[in-house]
Design a protein around this ligand. Structure first.
Ligand code: HEC
Length: 117
């Protein structure tokens, strides 16, 4: 019987320790998470700038590659910050702007230092 309590206690303690350390790890990862081209920007380009800026599909400057987005980031941010109907607005001829959250992804990518991965 005593053995059983010991096992139960070990089980509870190890569960608690595992939980704490993974929660701490997750918190640390979230704080350190930088917005990179691959993790944050590429999925938005694929959904919002397609097909026009996707190589092989559209005939506009391709933004499905890191180098072009990096070099044009200021112009990209300027254009997605415009309002529909304004000259230069992107996504071209769409009736609505990208959501504020989506625009923020491009801005955070810039603030975080234009990282690829
Ligand atoms: C329906 C097609 C279409 C979509 C979707 C689109 N664009 Fe464009 N884009 C264009 C066209 C056409 C031009 C050229 C005309 C102009 O400069 O306004 C252009 C030009 C640009 C330029 C200037 C490029 C240069 O050569 O200087 C940028 C920056 C840009 N787009 C960003 C974006 C971003 C970012 C998205 C997605 C959020 C996007 N566009 C979505 C059609 C599109």
């Amino acid at each position: 019987m005593k053995k059983l309590y010991v096992f139960a206690a070990i089980g509870i303690i190890s569960t608690a320790l595992t939980y704490c350390s993974s929660a701490r790890k997750a918190a640390r990862a979230a704080a350190a998470a930088k917005s990179t081209y691959t993790t944050a920007v590429a999925p938005v380009v694929a959904s919002s700038c397609s097909p026009c800026h996707i190589s092989g599909k559209g005939n506009k400057k391709p933004y499905d590659n890191f180098a072009n987005v990096k070099s044009d980031i200021d112009e990209i941010i300027r254009r997605i910050d415009l309002n529909p109907g304004e000259k230069g607005f992107m996504p071209f001829r769409r009736a609505t702007k990208l959501s504020a959250d989506t625009i923020a992804i491009f801005k955070k990518f810039k603030e975080d230092g234009l990282l690829e991965n």
